[in-house]
Ligand binder design. Structure first.
Ligand code: NAG
Ligand code: NAG
Ligand code: NAG
Ligand code: NAG
Ligand code: NAG
Ligand code: NAG
Ligand code: NAG
Ligand code: NAG
Length: 383
């Protein structure tokens, strides 16, 4: 079934090539690279052709073995009466296009075009997203932009090597391309990367964005290996969370560090006895809540942990409200008292100034009186 089809294809190809009396070959290369263009005539080799190369703007580059162009990046690699090979070095983006080889010896002239593909690498993708960490179970939008190059690169987001859905692609006026993605995050995403990938024929570019997710402390209680030997039992309580949780602390029956030693986040039960049985609680908090994990050291299968449970209590928002109202009330009170005080002070100040004015007067009067007295006395003595 395939053989006739292949024969037909082959026949048509061969027929086509036989027919073609002028053949060209273009090429592809990255900016800065080098490319070779080939043009040859299938006409009997002893017939001399006139082969001319023109660039994509129809300017003559080569006429037979004569170099017409001033641009030294264009070189005649080899020339024979029926074949011309040229090269373009240090390729520029604008060299891209269809170059033509013309055989003027034919009537009418034969014109063939050879494509020059100049690949332009895309720009390193730039990622923008929320400036602050976002809460667990909320969604965030990330935007990735890149100059897509030529041929246009594909741009997409991945997370754990999986392509993210819910992407929107934007094309901007300045030729930039963007891809935005909305991600619903949970605590396991904290610290992970979402990666913007720009995939191009010349290579793959990636830019990471670190997801910062806020969640209340998550506690993990684990027995420290080898600690059950001898008379000591040691447990470690570890806290994860964002913002960074307070160092985990152990409590027994809700009372702070009773008869066991604490080594930061370690619970060390030494000289084990029945008195050690009971509930030990590990507590850590951050701005999003307080988490308690309970360790049940029971008598039945002492000294093994029976269960650990965790519960999260988010801070109540009533108290901050009440406290806020109280603070505002206090501020108003303070302002009123300061204002009243100031008003009274100003009034009193006025009195004081008046008194200040009067005082020297009184002194003066006294002095005058005294003087009068002395004068009187003087007069008396005189008299
Ligand atoms: C081009 O070819 C002609 C004849 O084949 C020859 O005389 C001439 O020197 C050549 N010119 C160059 C620049 O090679
Ligand atoms: C080159 O020519 C082909 C067909 O002849 C055309 O499809 C293509 O767009 C041309 N390329 C450029 C860059 O003009
Ligand atoms: C987010 O959702 C999960 C699953 O519904 C829940 O367990 C967790 O407590 C939620 N986190 C917050 C901060 O509300
Ligand atoms: C994609 O977006 C739609 C609507 O915005 C939403 O319902 C859906 O859950 C999202 N899917 C994912 C995988 O985030
Ligand atoms: C980007 O994220 C990926 C996936 O998490 C990671 O493998 C890679 O090392 C990160 N690259 C950089 C530069 O951080
Ligand atoms: C702590 O130990 C002392 C003596 O070792 C004991 O009297 C006391 O009852 C213990 N307290 C608790 C809370 O176990
Ligand atoms: C444990 O018991 C031994 C003797 O029974 C005693 O010497 C030691 O001080 C005790 N250690 C603690 C931490 O109570
Ligand atoms: C602790 O474990 C023991 C033994 O399994 C059980 O009887 C007791 O109810 C547990 N205590 C709590 C508070 O869960």
């Amino acid at each position: 079934m395939w053989t006739p089809l292949l024969t037909v294809v082959c026949l048509s190809l061969c027929a086509c090539q036989e027919d073609e009396s002028l053949i060209v070959k273009g090429g592809s290369a990255i900016v800065g690279g080098k490319i070779q263009l080939d043009c040859w005539s299938k006409a009997p080799q002893n017939t001399v052709r006139i082969l001319t190369w023109q660039n994509q703007a129809k300017q003559v580059l080569f006429f037979n073995n004569k170099t017409v162009t001033q641009d030294s990046r264009f070189k005649l690699v080899s020339w024979q009466s029926h074949r011309s090979i040229i090269s373009i070095q240090k390729l520029k983006a604008e060299d891209h296009g269809n170059y033509t080889c013309i055989d003027y010896k034919s009537q009418p002239p034969l014109i063939r075009s050879a494509s020059v593909n100049v690949w332009v690498p895309p720009s390193q993708p730039v990622v923008s997203g929320p400036e602050k960490p976002i809460r667990e179970n909320e969604s965030m939008e990330l935007l990735c932009t890149s100059k897509p190059g030529r041929p246009a690169a594909t741009i997409y987001w991945i997370n754990d090597e999986r392509q993210l859905r819910n992407e929107t692609t934007h094309v901007y006026m300045n030729g930039m391309v963007g891809s935005s993605v909305r991600i619903l995050v949970d605590r396991r995403d904290d610290g992970r990367h979402a990666t913007c990938v720009v995939n191009h024929i010349t290579g793959v570019l990636r830019t990471n964005w670190t997801l910062l997710v806020e969640y209340p402390p998550e506690l993990e209680i684990s027995k420290v290996d080898g600690s059950s030997e001898g008379e000591e039992l040691k447990y470690e309580c570890r806290a994860k969370g964002r913002p960074r949780p307070s160092p985990p602390r152990w409590f027994r029956d809700d009372k702070s560090f009773s008869n066991f030693s604490t080594m930061s986040n370690y619970l060390v039960l030494s000289n084990l006895s029945m008195s050690n049985t009971g509930l030990y609680v590990c507590i850590s908090r951050n701005g999003l809540g307080e988490t308690r994990a309970t360790l049940n050291v029971s008598a039945s299968d002492f000294p093994r942990v029976v269960e650990t449970t965790s519960e999260v209590s988010t801070p109540s928002y009533k108290w901050p409200l009440v406290a806020g109202a109280l603070i505002i009330f206090l501020i108003i009170l303070i302002v009123i008292s300061i204002a009243t005080n100031h008003y009274l002070k100003t009034r009193k100040g006025n009195y004081e100034t008046n008194e200040g004015h009067y005082e020297p007067h009184e002194e003066k009067t006294e002095i005058l009186i005294n003087n009068g007295d002395t004068a009187q006395q003087h007069n008396d003595s005189l008299a």
